[in-house]
Design a protein around this ligand. Structure first.
Ligand code: 0GY
Length: 301
């Protein structure tokens, strides 16, 4: 594990917020175990091992029914740990892979059979080396006929130069963590405004309203309880949930790679949800209807 990194919370509390039946944790990872699924040589960090069985135990403890497992950069484009987790999930997990231009049609088919439904393009410079946009566009064009979507991860300051590419993608597009807004800037300011406008003008673009623990400057809950947790993120996430209620997803981000200051208690993260989705209807859309429509479109609900 990279020095300075924190490991995930060993014993998260039981959330006070009761998740609606059928809730989906739509952003989480499996890491290794490294002895069985080695980390990528080109990785920028080495994570703590976080196995599928540990993920499924957390799912059950928090009260989720399903997981969306997202390939993280530490595994590069080697999706074996992801596929293994999907195949052992009893159909209760779908995945988002990382694919290169050299991926074959047979490999894509095999991933689809395992439960992969999307590919992730990562533009966060501390995490990945640059991939030319024409390569990514070529990949996206091969994914579109499979019904896959593209997940994009970037930081708010980089949106202006990425916007044309994102809005030209031929698939559904899901933005990780609201495009990482700088929450010290105004929610009505030009930076977040550009992001909101992108969603407004492009109905194929969705957003995860996850990761308050990464975005917050005010920080985790103090001793007085969860009411104050990550409160500076609330206006941003609420704005997206309330403006685009049918295009938002939420996930824990377990096991929370690259956190150095504090490690969230996953139970308290679940308790954050009613602060950003304030009615039972918004909560059901965020946690059940939207992820089911995207990842299990044929499943009766
Ligand atoms: C996340 C966020 C991070 C890491 C990755 O693929 C990754 O390595 O996404 C991060 O460091 O912000 O969603 O897990």
């Amino acid at each position: 594990m990279t020095p300075g990194w924190l490991a995930y919370h060993p014993n998260p509390c039981m959330p006070r917020f009761r998740l609606p039946p059928g809730a989906v944790d739509a952003h989480c990872h499996v890491f290794g175990p490294g002895a069985r699924f080695p980390y990528a040589p080109e990785r920028k960090y080495t994570p703590v091992d976080a196995s599928r069985d540990q993920l499924f135990a957390l799912r059950d403890r928090l009260g989720f029914s399903r997981n969306i497992i997202v390939q993280a950069t530490c595994h590069g484009s080697d999706n074996r740990a992801l596929a293994d987790a999907l195949r052992h999930s009893d159909g209760r997990a779908r995945g988002v892979a990382t694919v290169k231009r050299s991926v074959t049609d047979a490999e894509l088919r095999e991933m689809h059979e395992a439960g992969v439904r999307g590919a992730r393009f990562n533009f966060v410079k501390r995490l990945v080396d640059f991939t030319p946009k024409d390569e990514l566009m070529e990949i996206a064009q091969r994914l579109a006929p499979l019904g896959w979507h593209v997940v994009i991860y970037f930081e708010a300051v980089d949106l202006p130069q990425l916007l044309d590419f994102f809005t030209a993608l031929p698939t559904t597009v899901v933005v990780d963590h609201m495009g990482r807004p700088d929450v010290t800037k105004p929610v009505d300011g030009p930076e977040f405004g550009l992001f909101v406008n992108m969603l407004r003008e492009h109905p194929n673009i969705w957003s995860k309203v996850s990761c308050p623990e990464r975005l917050s400057v005010s920080g985790p809950p103090a001793q007085d309880g969860e009411q104050n947790a990550y409160r500076d993120v609330v206006p941003f996430a609420r704005r997206i949930v309330e403006t685009f209620p049918d295009r938002v997803l939420w996930g824990t981000d377990w096991p929370h790679p690259n956190l150095k200051n504090h490690m969230p208690d996953d139970g308290l993260l679940v308790d954050f949800v009613p602060h950003i989705a304030t009615t039972p209807e918004l909560q059901r859309k965020l946690l059940v209807d939207n992820p089911m429509r995207l990842y299990w479109p044929d499943e009766p609900r």
